[in-house]
Design a protein around this ligand. Structure first.
Ligand SMILES: Nc1nc2c(ncn2[C@@H]2O[C@H](COP(=O)(O)OP(=O)(O)OP(=O)(O)O)[C@@H](O)[C@H]2O)c(=O)[nH]1
Ligand SMILES: [Mg+2]
Length: 461
């Protein structure tokens, strides 16, 4: 995607039948095109900025009426793209919208590429690259928490941190360049130690804090995997269905019902969790079931959290104990299921076998215990990730890679300052740090990367 001054247009609402559909036009000719195709109900020679105008879309070639619409003009630079933007709210429906689009195209606009409106907002300096990325995150947000962080990033939380840090790097660079250029005038006594100190507290540490919060972002945006494991027939699939509140997995009284991996995602207190139902473990003869059990073992290895299910209406057997041994080093919750049935698993037995573990008793049949289970899942996750509620900035992978590079350069700078390496080399590395930071905000970034980012947008955004 490159800058050009074409006037662009696209349907900005999803295709399909709906209440209203919105077509957006952006660029120098937007207002002229609007004048050509729109007949206002009021006698007016020009559009009032930021007002809704009621009127008809009429094909200028054939004079055929298309639809009654509301049209607004947002003149440059106070618009999404900072160019003049016209938005037409029409009745939705594929035929109407594409007809209006056709007329706009015939009147001189070009079809926008995916993300091109936002790309222009970026090029025209209304938003930086982290904010453009936040828009994609916002649209794709799967939980309240990730939505909150996307909004903060869109408001410039990451951008302002990076910019402030960048100013500090420039400040150090200026000092260093001054002592390179005017060695006689600048006192260098103790300079290195002061600079090291300044870099550590004001640049390196804040960048590390942001880079570290990437882990949290991964959880909030992509969620966690929780595997449901247990011996055959303990009610794993029933538990999955309860958690997802739908009949995802087949449940039967026949042991060994689940052979494949069945999964579904739900959000627990704002954190997306993918629950994975697995084949029950038992001695296997049939080849399919052996494969199923193999898959279960793989899931145990991959999962961030394990729900280990036992059936309290039956006594523990060697398979329960075998599984307990398989998962004991992992993060897991013991789920004692079927509490609606008479118990054959005494508290004494539970205490002796499962001492010190997180235990939740449930009935997948009646739903009893499931809110306690959700609480337990949430606190298990939080035990490990205490910071999740304190973070305000969450870099994505692209930011994280660049932050790590900047951190690497900064560490090298500190080492070189300690070793009294000529300041020219220090300056060069500081420029690398600035490049890394500028790439995060998009002030200095390859076209390929921009294309990659804006390609993830939908048409009309
Ligand atoms: N009474 C009672 N029955 C349950 C409960 N949970 C599951 N069941 C029954 O137990 C049987 C097995 O349930 P599933 O959910 O298929 O068990 P599973 O662990 O997925 O079994 P496999 O896939 O064969 O390993 C079914 O008949 C369920 O209706 C429960 O809490 N109470
Ligand atoms: Mg099952």
């Amino acid at each position: 995607m490159r800058f050009n001054d074409d006037t662009i247009t696209a349907i900005s609402t999803p295709i399909g039948i709906g209440g209203i559909g919105i077509i957006r036009i952006s660029g120098n000719d937007a207002e002229d095109i609007a004048k050509r195709i729109f007949k206002s109900k009021k006698k007016a020679n020009s559009f009032k900025n930021f007002h809704l105008h009621l009127g008809n879309i009429v094909d200028p070639k054939t004079n055929i009426f298309i639809d009654e619409v509301l049209l607004s003009v947002m003149r440059a630079p106070f618009s999404y793209t900072r160019e003049t933007v016209v938005e037409i709210n029409s009745h939705s429906g594929y035929v109407i919208l594409s007809h209006i689009l056709q007329i706009i195209l015939q009147s001189g606009a070009r079809l926008a590429e995916p993300g091109e409106f936002t790309f222009r907002a970026f090029l025209n300096g209304r938003i930086d690259l982290t904010q453009a990325e936040a828009i994609v995150d916002l649209i794709n947000a799967k939980s309240d928490k990730s939505l909150k962080f996307s909004v903060e990033q869109l408001n410039g939380s990451l951008k302002s941190h990076i910019k402030t840090t960048n100013t500090k790097v420039t400040h150090i660079l200026a000092q260093i360049e001054a002592s390179i250029d005017f060695p006689a005038e600048v006192s260098t006594a103790g300079l290195n130690a002061t600079i090291i100190d300044y870099i550590k507290t004001n640049i390196l540490r804040p960048l590390k804090v942001i880079a570290d919060s990437y882990k949290q972002r991964k959880i909030l945006y992509e969620g966690l995997n929780a595997a449901i494991v247990g011996r055959v027939n303990v009610g794993k699939s029933s538990i999955l269905n309860r958690l997802l509140q739908e009949e995802r997995a087949i449940v039967t009284p026949v042991p060994g019902t689940t052979r494949d991996i069945i999964e579904g995602t739900t959000s627990i207190k704002g954190i997306p969790i993918k629950f994975i139902d697995t084949a029950g473990i038992r001695k296997v003869s049939g080849i399919i079931e052996q494969r199923g059990v193999g898959l279960t073992k793989t899931q145990i290895k991959k999962a961030d959290l394990i729900l280990f299910v036992v059936d309290q209406s039956r006594v523990l057997n060697e398979y329960d104990l075998y599984l307990l041994n398989e998962i004991k080093e992992r993060i897991f919750i013991l789920v004692i299921n079927k509490i609606d049935l008479p118990t054959r698993l005494s508290n004494k037995k539970i205490d002796s076998t499962f001492a010190g573990l997180s235990i939740v008793k449930v009935s997948a049949l009646t739903g009893k215990g499931f809110s306690a289970l959700a609480d337990a899942i949430f606190s298990k996750i939080m035990e490990d990730k205490k910071d999740i509620n304190n973070e305000s900035i969450m870099p994505n992978l692209r930011h994280k890679v660049l932050l790590d590079q900047a951190i690497k350069h900064l560490k090298k700078i500190i080492m070189n300052l300690k070793a009294d390496i000529p300041l020219e080399f220090i300056a060069e590395d500081l420029y690398h740090v600035k490049d890394n930071l500028n790439e995060i905000t998009g002030e200095k970034v390859d076209d390929d990367i921009l294309t990659d980012i804006f390609n993830t947008f939908c048409i009309g955004k």
